[in-house]
Design a binder for this molecule. Structure first.
Ligand code: SAM
Length: 205
């Protein structure tokens, strides 16, 4: 995890992400905000691997009454998120493998563009299943391989470049399998206006 933390804290990629990811992923963030936040009867939202909190910022503007929480591995991302949201959200440094929230605490849990960094994917979904309320939703939006050859190619490229820390690409069917193991349903769809590899997956009890 140290290399992943370092990649997202130091260097040009992390700097550029903190500055421009809001624009780059605006379509994905807005689709999730429209579909899972606006007009829904929800109160508590947790964004895991929140990065510079562009999604939470969007949510905050759409409904100033929601309770917002963000967690990220990278101190620099946490700093940027805190700067952006001030007292509006509770942002903490943390790892998906050791979250410290109580069971049944959230109506919506989101993980965007980060699930491919998680090494214990099945365990992560089990943890999320415990944290989300019965009628709540877990939304995993990510770059997801469309075929086994694509998955192998992407993982090879990550290994060769080796810069982004821990990365393990996967396919939609892997996510569906992990969700079912945690007794959750899982359906994925593309993000209009973005490349086909970007998917938004909804998991529920
Ligand atoms: C591509 S950024 C996505 C940021 C944000 N979710 C967004 O949509 O813009 C990936 C983020 O995942 C975080 N991350 C990677 N591994 C993590 C882990 N094990 N636990 C928590 N955060 C992690 C990184 O620090 C980084 O901020």
């Amino acid at each position: 995890m140290n290399k992943t933390r370092k990649f997202w804290s130091k260097g040009i990629a992390s700097f550029l992400y903190r500055r421009y990811a809001g624009v780059r992923f605006f379509k994905m963030h807005s689709q999730i905000c429209e579909e899972f936040v606006s007009g829904k009867n929800i109160r508590d939202i947790l964004d895991i691997a929140c990065g510079p909190a562009d999604f939470l910022d969007l949510v905050s503007k759409s409904d100033p009454t929601l309770n917002l929480f963000g967690v990220d591995l990278s101190p620099k991302m946490v700093e940027a998120a805190k700067d952006k949201l001030k007292e509006r959200a509770k942002i903490t440094e943390g790892d998906i493998d050791s979250l410290v929230f109580e069971e049944d605490s959230f109506d919506l849990i989101t993980i965007m563009m980060a699930f491919h960094h998680f090494s214990k994917k099945r365990e992560a979904i089990e943890t999320l299943a415990g944290l989300v309320r019965t009628n709540g939703r877990i939304v995993i939006a990510d770059v997801i391989a469309n075929s086994r050859p694509q998955e192998i190619l992407w993982n090879c490229l990550e290994k060769i470049t080796g810069v982004r820390g821990y990365v393990d690409h996967y396919r939609e069917k892997d996510l569906v399998k992990f969700a079912h193991q945690a007794e959750l349903s899982c359906t994925c769809k593309e993000v209009p206006g973005m490349a086909k590899r970007y998917k938004v997956c909804e998991l529920s009890k």
